[in-house]
Design a protein around this ligand. Structure first.
Ligand code: XMP
Length: 327
């Protein structure tokens, strides 16, 4: 019978027989898949695993803290966070085209990662959080044309000349199984239940030019939205049921300004769009029918608490024809 514990034992056995006495490196993205894969590898090989989390400065509020909280107890100083935000922000300066943003971020990530890997000496294996739907999608491109509309490279996509062999302990797992295994491994439930988050992070939600100031605005608006959704139970929290709850929800900072009034003062500030979708597989999606009073409360809080924003709109486009992200 399927229990998380039996799956863990099996995965640990498989990793051990694959890697022998070799050393492993894992790139943690903050997402559930790479986190669970890393935790499994840590259980399998102990201190022969190193893990790295690259902070590209495009993370959601508290994201880095969640990841540190999960991995420091598990791995001690074999887990490192590299703050490369300056590097990424510099590369993104003046860039507003969505695909160029992805390209800059992917390339910068590789350079940071390579640097770190070199500093560790000889590493034979790279741990990746590939799950079964990823395998199916890449082997059935015809059925999944939509997946190619955006490059969707995970920021973990690495150059071929790096010569790592891959360890993919989640290759035959579905998302809900990954989450159950993650909880059984003792990862914090905030991490296990976080929504999917694109590799390029807030860069593809900060439309137009990316600056530290605009990122901070977006991060704060997004945190308010998430907080209110969580408090009111409108974020989906389990694999089955709750079909009207948001499977993914976030704020987007638009590259336009609009006129408003605050007190007796005219304002001319930026616009935040809220996006919340219901979906099973993220290939198609519908906009979430969030209660009007919840939306109103979020809009009020954002305009009052986030400086530089004077208007909030809600996205009521399904996928297709829209995509979930705006870029
Ligand atoms: P779209 O916007 O194509 O998104 O409807 C579908 C799902 O994929 C995520 N997404 C990405 N994930 N790198 C990623 O790792 C990317 O460049 C990327 N673009 C979109 C999106 O958040 C949604 O869950």
């Amino acid at each position: 019978t399927w229990t998380p514990e039996s799956m863990i034992d099996l995965a640990v056995e498989r990793i051990r027989s694959q890697v022998g006495d070799s050393r492993l490196l894992s790139a943690v993205s903050g997402g559930v898949d790479s986190s669970v894969a890393t935790a499994l590898a840590a259980r399998a090989v102990g201190d022969r695993l190193s893990a790295v989390f690259v902070d590209h400065g495009l993370l959601r509020k508290n994201e880095r803290r969640y990841v540190e909280k999960a991995f420091t107890p598990l791995m001690g100083d074999r887990f490192v966070c590299i703050d490369a935000s300056e590097w990424f922000l510099q590369g993104l300066e003046g860039v507003s085209d969505p695909e160029t943003k992805r390209k800059v971020i992917g390339e910068t990530f590789i350079r940071v990662f390579e640097n770190h890997a070199r500093s560790l000496g000889k590493i034979d294996f790279l741990v990746q959080g590939t799950i079964y739907p990823d395998v199916v999608e890449s082997s059935a491109p015809e059925r999944n044309k939509a997946a190619r509309i955006k490059t969707h490279h995970n920021v973990g996509g690495l150059p071929e000349d790096m010569n790592f062999k891959l360890v993919e302990p989640l290759r035959y797992f579905f998302k809900d199984e990954v989450r159950m295994v993650g909880e059984a491994l003792g990862l914090p439930s905030e991490l296990v239940w976080r929504q999917p988050f694109p590799g390029p992070g807030l860069a593809v939600r900060c439309l137009g030019e990316i600056t530290a100031e605009r990122l901070e605005r977006l991060r704060n608006a997004d945190a308010i939205f998430t907080e209110e959704l969580t408090a009111s139970g409108w974020l989906k929290r389990s694999a089955t049921g709750e079909d009207d709850r948001a499977a993914q929800a976030f704020a987007v900072l638009l590259p336009v300004r609009s006129v408003g009034v605050m007190g007796d003062q005219r304002t001319y500030q930026e616009v935040v769009a809220l996006r919340a979708v219901t979906t099973e597989d993220f290939m198609t999606a519908d906009w979430a029918r969030l209660p009007a009073d919840l939306l109103g409360r979020v809009a009020n809080r954002i305009v009052n608490e986030v400086s530089g924003v004077n208007r909030v709109v809600y996205d009521v486009t399904s996928k297709p024809p829209g995509t979930i992200e705006w870029e």
